[in-house]
Design a protein around this ligand. Sequence first.
Ligand SMILES: Cc1ncc(COP(=O)(O)O)c(C=O)c1O
Length: 367
Amino acid sequence: VPLLLTPGPLTTSESTRRALRSDHGSRDPAFLELVGRVRTALTRLIDPTDAWTCVPMQGSGTFAVEAMLTTLLPHVGAVLVPTNGAYGDRLAAIVRRSGRAVHVSRFDEVRPVDPDVVDAELASRPGVTHVAMVYSETTTGLVNPLAEVAAVAARRGVRLLVDAMSAFGALPLDGREPIDGVAASSNKCLEGVPGLGFVLARRSALEGCAGRASTVSLDLHEQSRRLDQDGQFRFTPPTHVMAALDAAIAQHAAEGGVAARGARYARNRDVLVDGLRDLGLAPLLDASVQGPIIVTVRAPSHPAWSFSAFYDALLDRGFAIYPGKLTVEETFRVGVIGQVFEADVRRFLVAVRDVLNVMGIAPLGPA
Ligand SMILES: Cc1ncc(COP(=O)(O)O)c(C=O)c1O
């Protein structure tokens, strides 16, 4: 199998995959203990007190985002969604579909959300009760200024809900005011396997949400109530996925937690960006906004370029990359998260050089 240089599912460790081999019953004391351990460990990553709770949600990351928005948002008032990519747009789509009012504040895909613009939007829209935003916008790999937007929201007296899918576990994040919810999943920077999302919710915000959720299965309040009551999920839990996440969290801690994991990914990114530049391939984003998760690369403007030929040739050499997601220009993406280390990135760069040669595209000259 290839090394996955993608935003997830990711290449996982041997010990994480080993954890998948046990069949747990959903009511086994050992499994309930494991669920409790995972919930506590995830909560501790953003808050040392008991002011927050972790509510795991079956499904992919979007299910957790939808559970967060459609449980924590009131039915009156409106949400402001500053967006600079597909995942920000998805937040707005989820809110709209649930029948709640949403205002979209659109930013260029290559620029961060501007806290001053958010401030002005909030000033002119007194009906807005919440801001919902993406921390690491995986569409491009850009990191949005979460702390600055949180400060603006606090000043304006509105609450903040965060899609931290590709940030959680590798980028700094804490349960500061006025954040009420953070959604993420097992298969990104925590390096678990796919099949589970989770929401970290401020208890004081979640407590008032009984009966508010728009759907039965994504009712975060009910899911939380049941888990707190007897440790069980309401519906069939992804037992193997939970066990793998438990193992992955232990490895995250052993590596040195958020700071160390973020540093490894940042090193991967730096080696990747420098190496691609040497091969004539330019990153889309300015270095000041480029996050340590995934790098968007401009496709070479060369008549012999073909993404699918490039992709296939890299796959033959053991690497899976990712297509671009921009409409404005042709790009491809390379993820640097998962069990990926500097030596892997250097091997990848050798493969890229080789493939460009074979395609008749090299040498392009430094970008
Ligand atoms: C920022 C962000 N939000 C949401 C999602 C959706 O996650 P999933 O595809 O697991 O539903 C992703 C997936 O890459 C993401 O990067």
